[in-house]
Ligand binder design. Structure first.
Ligand SMILES: NCC(=O)CCC(=O)O
Length: 427
């Protein structure tokens, strides 16, 4: 860890906290984050040449494994033709067509450069379309770092104990109603009180920013029903779950159709991209057609689009999601068994290529249950795995990600290492 430690110290001099995104800083688990030099398949290597089996996957995009040769080639080929034009391209039409073709709820789509841009644009659009101000979000869900969404949020805000960000005037969030995830009665009560003032509900249809929390039976349907009844827009934030939990995201798994969907991560194959799309009559309100303004110098960036197109093509290969789900299932099963034989209270869950690890006896369905898990045990386990060469997300409040490159051997080695890490908890 010599070179890593030097780099971290150097980074901290010029970059706040030494990182360009807070969740990378190991703030809750302690210690020095590895500085990554390169990555390939299921592995990353740090500045001290140490290899890790990686379950962060760049926080979701690396579904094919890192540096997939075909994606790298597509990026190289696109780059020689110019990095950015600020003008339309044929490739961006292809990506839009592919998204519209693959996700039946999306009739039109606009490309942006990040998940944050996608969610903040979708909310502005929902407000412009309905002429209403209030939005509903759920505690522990994270929808990027736009002002109105930084209330009781998940991800780094939850991890570091400041779920509502400073720097956001209360007036900016006075229209944000925050409800409990999976609380159907709470949703019905909010619509009963404010029904004709609610522009939209935005939800992670499988939550991945408060660890992994699945929707209980009826929750997403209740959101759909209430939005339909009261003329509000239902936004599925599938930035994390899109093309990750299945070929059509959570909407494909559940059959529940949102009005708008936000995407990012996997659709850029590791390059910066985001997208929001949905019903044509709603999308028609965006400039230059309508009065809701939304724009971006790098939107539809040709290099990012090339990476995204190639990634999405590879995901369409027969059996891809069956294999991804099977590998993730093997990991979760193996970890459960390893914890049981070490006598550590532990549970785990997965949806497609996303998983949650919980230092408690049962899989949680609420943020309160996630928060009541043994985070000290998680931190100890995390470091015991990391020193042995397995890199999980550095927080008890984040989901993990498996790629198609995590083959049986990689999973078996992970489970063996996890067994040693669990044993450290119960010496
Ligand atoms: N759950 C965390 C993310 O998905 C985003 C990563 C970041 O904030 O850097």
């Amino acid at each position: 860890m010599i070179r890593n430690a030097e780099l971290f110290e150097r980074a901290c001099r010029t970059i706040p906290g030494g990182v360009n995104s807070p969740v990378r800083a190991f703030r809750s688990v302690g210690g020095t984050p590895p500085f990554i030099e390169r990555a390939a398949g299921p592995y990353t290597w740090d500045a001290d040449k140490k290899q890790y089996i990686d379950y962060v996957g760049s926080w979701g995009p690396a579904i094919l494994g890192h540096a997939h040769p075909e994606v790298i080639r597509a990026v190289q080929e696109a780059a020689v033709n110019g990095l950015s034009f600020g003008a339309p391209t044929e490739a961006e039409i292809e990506l839009a067509e592919m998204l519209v073709h693959r996700l039946p709820s999306i009739e039109q789509v606009r490309l942006v450069s990040s998940g944050t841009e996608a969610t903040m644009s979708a909310i502005r659009l929902a407000r412009g379309y309905t002429g209403r101000a209030k939005i509903i979000k759920f505690e522990g869900c994270y929808h990027g770092h736009a002002d109105s969404l930084l209330v009781k949020a998940g991800s780094g805000l939850l991890t570091f104990g400041n779920p509502t960000s400073a720097g956001v005037p209360p007036e900016f969030t006075s229209h944000t109603l925050v409800l409990d995830y999976n609380d159907i009665a709470g949703v019905e009560a909010a619509f009963k009180q404010y029904g004709d003032e609610i522009a939209c509900v935005i939800v992670e249809p499988v939550a991945g920013n408060m660890n992994l929390v699945q929707p209980v039976t009826g929750f997403l349907q209740a959101l759909r029903d209430q939005c339909t009844r009261h003329g509000a827009v239902l936004i599925f934030d599938e930035v994390m779950t899109g093309f990750r939990v299945g070929p059509q995201g959570v909407q494909g798994r559940t059959g529940i159709v949102p009005d708008l969907t936000t995407l990012a991560k996997v659709i850029g194959g590791g390059m910066p991209i985001g997208a929001f799309g949905g019903r044509r009559d709603i999308m028609a309100h965006i400039a230059p057609l309508g009065g809701v303004y939304q724009a971006g110098t790098l939107s539809g960036n040709p290099v990012a689009v090339a990476a995204g197109l190639t990634t999405l093509r590879l995901l369409a290969e027969p059996g891809f999601y069956e294999k991804l789900e099977a590998q993730t299932g093997k990991l979760v099963q193996g970890l459960r068994a390893a914890a049981a034989s070490a006598g550590v209270p532990f549970s785990a869950d997965h949806v497609g290529g996303m998983f949650g690890l919980y230092f408690r006896d049962t899989v949680p369905t609420t943020l309160a249950e996630v928060s009541a898990s043994d985070t000290a045990a998680f931190n100890k386990f995390f470091h015991a795995a990391l020193v042995r060469g397995v890199s999980f997300a550095p927080s008890a409040f984040e989901a993990g990600f498996v790629s198609i490159a995590h083959d049986d051997d990689v999973i078996a080695r992970t489970v063996a290492i996890a067994g040693e890490a669990f044993a450290e908890l119960n010496p």
